[in-house]
Structures are given as C-alpha cells and as structure tokens.
Design a binder for this molecule. Structure first.
Ligand code: 1CP
Length: 347
C-alpha cells in the first residue's frame, strides 16, 4: 500500500482527506426497510431486547454491511438506552415509539444514577461493540454513538417524542436550575458512556442532536454548542485519536462554525441546507457528512442517481462522508440503497 492509501476510508475522510469516491454509510442503515432486520427483531421479541442482546444487536449491525459493503458500521442501539441506564423507565409502544418515566423536578434528578453507575446496565452495548470489532471486515470502520444532552433531555422531560419539544422548553423557562442540572447530568453520563464505547472498539463516535434545530439564539449556544464542546473536549483528553461526528440536525445557518466551536472532526448536515452552501460555509472547516434526502430511498430512479452525483460533485474538493440527511425510513426500497452505493462508487 502506498503512503496515503492506508487505513479505513471512513477514518481517512474524518481526518480531513478528500477521497474519490467518498466513503458511504447511512443513518438507520440497520432497520425495518431490510427483511433480514425484521426477522432478527422478531427473533428478539421486542426492540429493547434486540438492543440488549449482544449477538443479535451485532447481527443486525452487520446485515447492511453484508448487503452493501458500507464503509462504516454503526452500533445498533438507541439514544434512549442512556436515560434507561440512569434509572429512567423505558419501553416502546408498538407503532408509536418510546415511552419514558419523566424527570422534571430536583427530587427526580436526585434519583438518577451518577455517570459512574451506568455501566452495568450498558454492559451488553459494550459487548456488542467487542463482537463487532472482531467480526467486521478490515476495511469497515465501527461507529459508536450517543444522543446529545439537549435531545436526550427532551425525551426525559416529556416522557416521549414531541413534535415541538414543548415540555422541555416549558421546564427551561419555569425551572432553569433543574433543566441545567439535567443537561449537566446527561453530559457527564454521555462522556462516561462514549469513553467506554471507544474502549470496547468504537473507532469514531457520533453525537445525535436531532432536535438542535428547535433551539434559537443564545439557547443554541448554551444547550447545543456548549454540551457538545464539553463532551468532545473530555473525549479528546482520553482518546485524542478518535474522531467525533456532530449532528446538530436542523441547525441551518448555525452549521457554519459548529466544528470550530465544538472541536468536532466532522459535521453531519441534514437535507434542509443546500450542498453548495455547506461546501462554502461548513466544509471549509473540515469533513462534512450528508446530505441526500432520505425520500430518494423510497422513490429511487433517475432522480436518485442525479442527486447522488450532484452531492458527490459538490463536495469533491474537501473531505466528505456520503450519507443521508436523516435516517432511512421503513418504506424505503433496499434496491434503491444499492443504486445509491453503485452510483457513488462507479459514477
Ligand atoms: O425496530 C423498530 O421498530 C425500532 C425503530 C428504531 C430503531 C431501528 C428505534 C426506536 N431506534 C432504532 C435504532 C437507532 N436509533 C440507531 C441505530 C443505528 C443506526 O442504524 O443508525 C440510532 C443511531 C438511533 C438514534 C436515535 N434514536 C435518535 C437520533 C437519530 C434520529 O433519528 O434523529 C433518536 C431521536 C432516537 C429515539 C427513537 N428511537 C426509536 C424511535 C422511533 C425514536 C424516535 C422517537 C420520536 O421522537 O418519536
């Protein structure tokens, strides 16, 4: 191997190297659009059992790698396992989504476990990573992840997903001290959780701030930028060689400067921002990831091919990891994923 051609392609891109073709993986690449995922999920019985059974979680992580040869595998787990390990009740209502016991008072906060006491419950997640580190093809990078504190807190406060994060904003305005203490508790636990994921074999980690776009003005700085900066700084002290991908979904103009402000090695962008703008304003600071509209995985055809080519072309002068702007949906056609990968790799 010539110098410069060494190492996993995902990690080279995250280190800032422009690559043709770009490495590719997909958010929610292990999921219900794949018949083999549905079969393993049925075997597990329910979603949480799937997350907490290392052999089965590793199996569904590997399924899209076998099918498509993606450049990265992402640990199969969920951002809500962390509140679960902090002591929150968690269950999934079939067809509706997650339900949690709520944390909205100083007493509720006091009942949460400390950051050092989460690992017993999360041991199966670390075991999944250890299995994957052994089982993955040598060219495939292993990504660990956690939710960003604001996004995780919105679920802990509301007890479920909410379209507007109303309950979290209400607590923020009515009892900011409790709200801030919850953000701090989740921040500390996230540092402990991601450190253990790295020690178990994750070669890169991603912070999902799915609801960052709801934060405006100074709140964006306080609750999206600052916790990300704190988590990334702590991880870099312990594991300086491990790259961090930040995904402040919906950040819009605030994507610009996000990498510099937080120390993230790569900023993942959704599909509400134009690739041209991202190339000019975000990619100047380093690697970017995204931003194909996930709907193309449902509709396919020539539009999918053209959009894929356009995104590859627009980001070709800098470091780019090809991905969707958000997770692939259950109604996606697996053949469209194959067409996307083929278009990226063969033009
Ligand atoms: O099988 C099923 O029906 C469960 C669906 C499902 C899956 C496949 C959930 C429930 N979580 C997951 C896995 C998951 N979740 C991964 C695995 C790795 C991958 O393949 O990408 C990851 C990274 C997540 C992250 C996650 N969970 C986020 C952040 C990313 C995003 O999509 O914005 C969020 C917000 C969650 C919460 C969650 N978990 C599941 C659902 C349906 C939701 C959203 C709930 C809501 O807001 O209503």
């Amino acid at each position: 191997m010539k110098r410069g051609e060494q190492g996993k392609r995902l990690l080279r891109a995250l280190a800032g190297e422009p690559l043709q073709p770009p490495p590719v993986w997909m958010m929610r690449q292990a999921g219900r659009y794949l018949p083999e995922y549905r079969a393993t999920r049925a075997e597990a019985g329910d979603f949480l059992s799937l997350c907490y059974t290392p052999e089965l979680a590793a199996e569904v992580t590997l399924q899209p790698i076998r099918r498509y040869g993606f450049d990265a595998a992402i640990l199969f787990a969920d951002i809500l396992l962390l509140p679960h390990a902090l002591g929150t009740d968690l269950w999934f209502e079939t067809g509706e989504g997650p339900r949690l016991s709520t944390t909205t008072t100083p007493e509720g906060l006091a009942r949460l476990k400390g950051a050092d006491d989460i690992h017993e419950q999360l041991a199966p997640v670390y075991e999944t990573l250890r299995i994957l580190a052994r089982a993955l093809p040598r060219e495939t990078a292993l990504i660990g992840f956690a939710g960003a504190p604001w996004t995780v807190a919105t679920y802990m406060i509301a007890g479920r997903g909410t379209p507007d994060q109303g309950p979290a904003f209400r607590l923020m305005s009515e009892d900011r001290a409790t709200f801030d203490a919850l953000i701090d508790a989740v921040t500390e636990a996230t540092i402990a959780y991601l450190s253990r994921q790295i020690e178990a074999g994750a070669e890169a980690v991603k912070l999902f701030d799915s609801w960052a776009g709801a934060l405006e003005g100074a709140d964006f700085d306080t609750y999206a930028l600052k916790p990300a900066r704190k988590i990334i700084a702590a991880l870099k002290r312990r594991h300086p060689e491990v790259p961090v991908i930040a995904f402040p979904r919906g950040a819009g103009p605030r994507y610009a400067g996000f990498a510099r402000a937080t120390g993230a090695d790569c900023v993942a962008v959704d599909n509400s921002v134009s690739a041209r703008w991202v190339a000019e304003k975000v990619q100047v600071d380093g690697c970017i990831q995204g931003n194909l509209d996930p709907r193309h995985m449902v509709s396919g055809g020539q539009a999918l091919v053209e959009e894929t080519r356009r995104i590859v072309e627009t980001f070709r002068n800098g470091a780019h990891v090809f991905n969707l702007g958000h997770g692939i949906t259950p109604d996606a056609d697996p053949d469209n994923v194959a067409l996307m990968v083929e278009t990226i790799r063969n033009g």
